[in-house]
Design a protein around this ligand. Structure first.
Ligand code: SF4
Ligand code: SF4
Length: 215
């Protein structure tokens, strides 16, 4: 899921300085789980904005704010409230904010910072395990991503700084390559470490990414 965090309220308020009337948009998926833009956070934002002297013309929680057709359709369903607003404050990931910006000519304000693609460790605890490199190595690395979990992104590790299985960049963390070694060993696949992984093809990470599934 996409991990996002709500911006500090003074920052949001500053972005809304020229816009007295605001319509709020949240997302029922990732932003709800991250508590950056679910129903509760939208309601709290409405209270906070009202207390700060803003007029909130209405609000909407879109099932998946990143779904452009759905975002457009849901906004049209609230046409009058949206029309009354000077700006749309969106509490969703960057993809969701851009769905709204594409669907409306109103000023769009992002109320969140989008951080990473994350795994959910447990409620309220998220971890980055994939950096979306476009050329997955996990089959070769025992399911542990060195591109993400090694701070240097070393593809043929470990680096010379590993100390007793600990990472030289973060002594609290286990070296990603130590973990890979231990797992490959337990799977009797240590010969894999004799194969040099070539440098990453960064062309596979070209932005903006696009994928069209042909049937
Ligand atoms: S190698 Fe790592 S960053 Fe690349 S796709 Fe696989 S998990 Fe993601
Ligand atoms: S100690 Fe391991 S995880 Fe840390 S930078 Fe070196 S190879 Fe990467």
């Amino acid at each position: 899921m996409i991990i996002s965090r709500q911006k500090p309220f003074p920052e949001i308020l500053a972005a809304l300085q020229q816009t007295p009337r605001v319509f709020l948009v949240g997302c029922a998926k990732c932003a709800t789980v991250c508590k950056s833009g679910g129903e509760e956070e939208v309601w709290q934002m409405q209270e906070a904005l009202s207390a700060a002297g803003k007029e909130v013309s209405g609000s909407l929680i879109i099932d998946e704010a990143c779904h452009m057709l759905r975002a457009g359709r849901d906004l049209r369903g609230k046409k009058e409230q949206v029309e009354e607003a000077d700006a749309l404050l969106v509490l969703a990931c960057g993809a969701g904010v851009q769905s709204i910006a594409a669907a409306s000519a109103k000023i769009t304000v992002s109320g969140t910072d989008t951080l990473f693609l994350g795994n959910i460790r447990r409620f309220g605890q998220f971890e980055q395990r994939c950096s979306l490199c476009g050329n997955c190595l996990l089959t070769e690395t025992a399911g542990i991503c060195p591109v993400t979990l090694c701070p240097k992104g070393v593809l043929n590790g470990p680096c010379g700084g590993m100390d007793n299985g600990r990472c030289e960049v973060d002594a609290e963390a286990e070296c990603a390559w130590f973990q890979i070694y231990e797992l490959l060993k337990s799977q009797s696949r240590l010969e894999r470490l004799a194969t040099i992984t070539p440098p990453k093809d960064f062309a596979r990470m070209l932005k903006p990414g696009k994928l069209k599934i042909e049937k």
